[in-house]
Design a protein around this ligand. Structure first.
Ligand code: FES
Length: 165
């Protein structure tokens, strides 16, 4: 007997993504007080929150697009760009900031040619800043895909990046 194998993990088509999002909005009763939850789910479905997705949420919830965009840009955990293969998080907590965190931001934005919150054109890196990653004693620190690099020297950033294809 021939068995058909259904791959449940295949990527959803855009139509399926929007249908799922509409269902999520319905589950949350399209209530504005649930907007952040809905946007979290939307980001889980699409991977990020581009303008068409924000517009869809606004229309289905019957609220202004500016309200949705305002929330998306306010919270750093929302992204309007697709995520890169590797996520760099630069710590700008107090210890890291005073010990050169800002120089690391400058060096990384220069080296990668993107700003904070952006993804490189080749999709290799996304750049973010965050507060404390628990390595204050060995500041300044950055984390890439959760791996923490301590006492980072801005002049040796390239060596660190080379570890991540
Ligand atoms: S302030 Fe950067 S690790 Fe704590």
């Amino acid at each position: 007997m021939v068995q058909t194998v259904h791959n449940e993990c295949r990527e959803r088509t855009p139509e399926e993504q929007y249908a799922l999002l509409e269902q999520v909005i319905g589950d949350y009763a399209a209530d504005e007080k649930n907007l952040i939850q809905i946007l979290h789910m939307a980001q889980a479905i699409f991977g990020y929150l581009p303008l068409p997705v924000q517009r869809f949420v606004a229309e289905k919830m019957d609220i202004p697009l500016s309200r949705v965009s305002g929330v998306v840009t306010f919270y750093s955990f929302f992204s309007t760009q697709p995520k890169g293969r590797h996520t760099i998080q630069i710590c700008l907590g107090t210890a890291c900031y005073v010990r050169g965190g800002k120089k690391i931001v400058e060096k990384l934005t220069q080296t990668l040619g993107v700003g904070v919150g952006e993804t490189t054109k080749d999709g290799r890196f996304s750049l973010q800043v965050m507060r404390c990653i628990g390595a204050c004693g060995l500041a300044p620190a950055i984390s890439i895909n959760g791996k923490v690099f301590k006492r980072v020297n801005p002049n040796r950033i390239q060596e660190i990046l080379d570890e991540f294809e």
